[in-house]
Every structure is written in structure tokens, then in C-alpha cells.
Design a protein around this ligand. Sequence first.
Ligand code: UDP
Length: 341
Amino acid sequence: MILITGGAGYIGSHSAIDFIKSGYDVVILDNLSVGHIEIIDRLKEFAKDKKGNFVDFVNADIRDTYALNVLFNTYKIDAVVHFAADALVNESVNNPRKYYENNVLGTINLLNAMVENKIPKIVFSSTCATYGEPKEVPIDETHIQKPVNPYGNSKLAIEFAIKDYAHAYGLKYTIFRYFNVIGADEDGISGEWHDNETHLVPNILKADENKVFSLFGNDYDTKDGTCVRDYIDVCDLARAHTLAFEYLCEEDSKSTILNLGTGEGQSVKEIFSAVESALKTKIPLKLCPRREGDPAKLIADAALAGDTLGWSSKIPLEISIKNAAKWEKTLSTLKCTEAKA
Ligand code: UDP
């Protein structure tokens, strides 16, 4: 059985979908601070006719030792796939305490409970933000790690803790460093759902005459002056977590750190045009100054994930955009229902 922390959130819920589709039993722990109960309901519904099984949802915080011990005593957990975290760069600059408490202390608490309850495997969601300003692109896993904000620092601190715990207490791990995650599952179960949306694709999709899309900076040293990122579909990303679990179950597997990206870079302008052409519509845009802390170019060298897990990204950008657009419609309905309740 797999414990997914943060499974009511965007990436965690897609990982739950992939584990359930692959025939695994899943328990989700989430404090619903960022995640949504509606996503849990939709996952339960989805699991009904699949091979796998949504076994339980525990509404608790990873800092709650008692809740973790009860959970580990109730279920035979084979691995923890750990997403629960705060992940807003700006917020982390203004409120670092939240990031050190929720991300770092929370994960230490989780690791302690895993060691005490002899849970042997962890798959952890880290980030390319641990690299900081890149020295060269594409970025491979040996690139120096020098985060430029508390969010990146908190994830790097956890990477250190996992490595040290693994060495001392025999845990096995896969640490994934994500690049820019986009899209939604084709069944429309989940998608990006943030109270204050900051991410590129949902912001383009939400734009209209009253809420013009703001493009932050067109004077970067890139092909068209706008920032370049490596956009990976959330379902491709989720798949890698299931493969990592299966890999960790192999006798001779090793703990590893792997980038997850496509290896290709797209500029903000290219993504904007791709959304316009996928949806066959014109979207209003205004040029704005640079957003603080945005590096010009982040592209993954994800070859190691391919070699280690036999994984590669498969979903084309156009499909990611169409699924994200479909999700935006579902989200509007969910928000209306939530407002009426
Ligand atoms: N971006 C933008 N307008 C928006 C949101 C994002 O121009 O409303 C740009 C942002 O400046 C960055 C890129 O899109 O260059 C990706 O930003 P996002 O927040 O999606 O991901 P990040 O790379 O910051 O993790």
C-alpha cells in the first residue's frame, strides 16, 4: 500500500491517479491547507471502477506525529510518496517560517515516523529551484545547488535530511527535481487549483477582456526575449513516481536523484501562442516588467530518469494545454458549487 502525502493537491492527486490505475492501493494524507476535499471525492469516485483501490483519506498534517503513527499502525505502508509542502516562491520570501515549519519540520517528522515504523522507501518531490540561477543549461543532477529563495532552501534541506537518514537508517529513496509542471489528466479528475494562481498556463487560460494576461519581461537573453522553461505534463510526471516505487522494490536498486522534464525549452511567448492555437482563440495580453527572481532559462537534462526508470515524457504540449483548458471549465463549476454550499 502506498501513502501519498499531499494527495489532495495538484501533483499528488495525479500521482494517486497513476498508482490507482496501475493497480496499487492508496492512502492519502493531506491537511487540506492547499489541497481540496472535492479532489479526494473525485479520486474515490474514479477508483471505484479501476484495478487499484482508494483505501482511506486522512485529514491530518505531516507534523502530527500521533496521526502518522496511527496511520502506520493501521495500514501496512510499503512506501511514502511525499508531496505535502508549500510551494509559492514569493510567499516563502515573506513568510519563511511557514516554509521551514511545514516543509522542513514536517518532513523531518514524517521521516522520524517512517524510521520508527520501519517504512523502508520514500519518493520525494523536490524542485529545480534547488539549483538556483543556472550556470549552464540543460541542467543535470550534478549542477551546483544554490537556491535563491526560502522555498528552494527548504527543499534542499529536505534533500540533505533524506540522504542522511537513508545512510544511517537504511531508507531507500528517489528524489525527483521537477521542472515546470502543466496539464491535467484526460479524465478531468484533477488539475491546478490555487486560490491565488501564479502559474503561466492557468493564468493564460483564465485571461479575458476583464483580466488581461500579464507577460512578465520580454528583455531576457533568450530566443524571443521571454523566459524559457521546460514544461512537463503532470501525468508524465506522475508516471515517474509509480516507476520509481517499482524500481525501489527491486533488490539491487539504488537511491537516486533524478530531474523530471522534457529536455526541451519553450518561451513564455511560445506557450502563449500554443494556447491560442490549441484553443483557436485570441487571448488579450499586456507586457509587464520582469517578475522578481525569474531566471532567463531553465531546461532539464532528464536523461538519468530515462536510464534509471525507463521513463520519458510522452504527452505533447498541445494535449497538455487542451486537458488544462478542460480542467479550467470543471474548476469553474466546482467553485460555483463550493460558493453555493
Ligand atoms: N509568467 C508570466 N505571466 C504569468 C505567470 C507566469 O509571464 O501570469 C512567466 C513567468 O515570469 C516565468 C514563466 O511564465 O517566466 C513560468 O512561470 P511559472 O510561475 O508558471 O513557473 P516558474 O518557472 O516560476 O516556476
